[in-house]
Structure formats: structure tokens, C-alpha cells
Write a protein that binds this ligand. Sequence first.
Ligand SMILES: Cc1ncc(COP(=O)(O)O)c(C=O)c1O
Length: 445
Amino acid sequence: MQVTQRISGGSATEIADSVRALLERSDLAPGDLLPPVRTLADEIGVNRNTVMAAYRQLAGAGLIITRGRAGTRVVERSPVAQEGFAERGSLRDVGTGNPDPRFIPDPSAALSAMAGRPVLYGEPVIDPGLAAWGGAWMRGDVGDRPHRLTVTSGAVDAVERILAQALTRDDAVALEDPCFLASIHTVRLGGYRAVPVPIDAEGMTVDGLRAALEQGVRAVVCTPRAQNPTGASLSAERAEQLRAVLAEHPYVLIIEDDHFSLLSSEPFHSLVGPEHRRFALVRSVSKFLGPDMCLAIVASDPHTAERLALRLSPGTTWVSHLLQRLVLSLVTDEKARETITAAAAHYTERNAAFAHRLTSVGLSCADTDGLNLWVPLPIPAARVAAGMQERGWLVRTGDEFVLADPATAWHLRLTVHDLSDSDAERLAADLGETVRAASHTDGMG
Ligand SMILES: Cc1ncc(COP(=O)(O)O)c(C=O)c1O
């Protein structure tokens, strides 16, 4: 039986329910075409407006998408790559994006000294000590603008909740292109539309952001330092130009994901101008206290903070006070701070040394901030990845991070700060040879 014949109902809700039932039973699959409004209306004997209202309900729920003449289809969920280790295999993984565990402060002493009074429902959700420390930390960069603090379960959680309290399905969000995987994921899963903003060595381009604002984006997610994957950081001049563009859109929500914060070798420059009304500065502790610490501090305008608080309140969900106390005791501990300072120097030094090694094998990459190196290639990275696999390396190709820019696929994102000198030497040599061999085959072909 054709799909049209299996959809039924006399009202918009009944028709939408019958389509949902077909989806649940997999009688309709992602990508399947739904009947045109007129055909379905004639078939089941209802007014066209009723079918249109049913399709609107389904589109609002993110289940179908209407693309003008191309018709109405069941949405397809394209898979998005994830950060982390390869699941199995004997290859040496140099694409993890992880911090070096040797440079994550040991929490054992802090853990045993941390016990305190149990916290009950109805108490303030932020630990007072962490609020004082975090408040001072954030105030340095948020300045005099009215703002409030929120504690979330990490930066990715923060970005997701901040977008959810401000946006509805199909709203447009400006994302850096290439972009951090979890942000691509968040926008897709939330049913928002990603509007790519190209970036260069100084961050988002001015024309790119302007074009995104002209397209009506309601939020901008920006990484002010150590952009993932490129390592780019906003220069003072670029930040000023971007603030000028944003000044005309004071209610566009600016989310600054300053994930590298304490480890960054670059100064922080904000996109948020003095009159901007909706903003959130997000600082995760994941990079300097380890990804498992799952905590971020957010400073946002009072309106955003209030709506965020509704989603993080006693009785619903909040970040455990045990975790908050642990973070506080580490960030205020002298020895842990020394480890964090050493970590920052370690990442800068190891990445610069590897960038230097690359030049000696005929490749180059910019001296950037962050855990990773973003290496441009003369050929598509997928071909290099295949060659590197034969030499025992698992590399991460740029296409995983792409929104629109095809040049992204001609890059590798390498995590090399934890390699020994001899392994780093071998990796650079293998990369140089693989690129040479593949380029040679290109020339022959
Ligand atoms: C840009 C960016 N934001 C956020 C995160 C992760 O933050 P969290 O672990 O706090 O969610 C990462 C981790 O790689 C990142 O690169």
C-alpha cells in the first residue's frame, strides 16, 4: 500500500499522529518523500489547510522537512563524528584531542580533604566558595556589565542549555567553519540551522559574521582562543571589528566558549560590546583539570542566567556540590596551579617543536594555541590518512569538522603533545613521505 493510503485522520493532529505512527513502525524511513499537500488532502477528503497544519506540526517537531518544490521528506540524521580515541585497533591514534594525563593535577589529596556538610534540595545550587572564586575569574573578562554566574556540567552542556533556553527549532545559529564537533552536534540535535562563518588565523571573519547576521542568526557560538580544530585565537583588532558588526544586533546571543582558558598562551578578547544585551562566557575546567571533571562556569546577562537557572535548579538537576568543592580546592591549590602552568608550557612547547619538525619534511602549520595542530596539505587529507594507516598511524581528517568550506578536507588535526621525541620524529617523517608519495601518484594520474 502506498504511503498516501496509509495516512489518515480528519484533523491536523490526527493526520500528524498517523504519520508519527508510520515513522515509529519504520513504515516511513529517513529521506522518504511524503505526499504533496493537495494529493493527500484529496485522498483523505480534508481541506488542504488541514494537511498543511499537520505538516507544520511535524516539521515543528523536527520529524519532516519541507524544501519547496523538492517536496516534504522525513528528516535524515547525518552521523556526526565524535571526539575521543578510536575504539579498537593497533594503530597509534594521533587525533584524540585529549589533554596529557601527566599534566592533569592529581585530585587524591583534595578528595580526602573535601568532605563537608551534605547539601539538600532547596539549597543554593552554586557552592559559595566556587561562586566567589569563579566570580572573580569571570569578572576580569566580563567587566562591569551586569551578569550572573551559573555552574553547568561542562562547556558542551552549557552551550546546549544556553541555546535551548533562547531558541526554538529551525532558528539559525552562527558557527565557526571548521567547527568543534560537539557544537555541530548540539546544533543539529537541537533542530537549529547552522550558518557557517569562515575563520582565518585571527578568528571569525568580519564578512562571514556580517553575512550570518544578515541571514538572521539568533545566536553566535565563538571560540575566542585555541579554536578547535584550527587553534586560531581572536586578535584584539579582529575582536574589535566583530564587536562593531555585532553592535547593531544587541539581542543576538553571543556564546563565548573559552575552553582553553587557564592553559591559553593568548590573551582573551571578547566579542561582547558594552551595550550587548545577550551573552554568555563559558569556561570549562575540562582542559586543565581533565575532561572527567565535567564542570563549567558560565557568566551571562541576567536574563539569560535566569532562564538558564530554570533548567538547573534544586529538584531538577544541578552540578553536585562535591564536584564543585573538588574543583574549588584544586584551582586554589598551589601545587595544582603549578601543574596547570606546566601543562600550558608543555602544550605550547611540544606543538611548536612538532610544527618545526613538519617544516623539515616539506609541510608547515601555523603556530597556534590549543591541544592540537591544524596541518594544511597539498592533497585531500583522506588520501594521506589511508597512507598513514599503512604506516601504523591513525590521523584525524579535517572533513569531520567541516560545515561548508571544502578546503577543510585538505587538513589534518593532529594531537601530538604527548609523543616522545623519537615518535614525533617518526610521525613527521611518515607524514612527509606519505604526502610526497600520494602527490606523486596524483601527478602521474
Ligand atoms: C571548543 C571546545 N569547547 C568545549 C570543549 C569541551 O568542554 P567540556 O568537556 O567542558 O564539555 C572542547 C573539548 O575539546 C572544545 O574543544
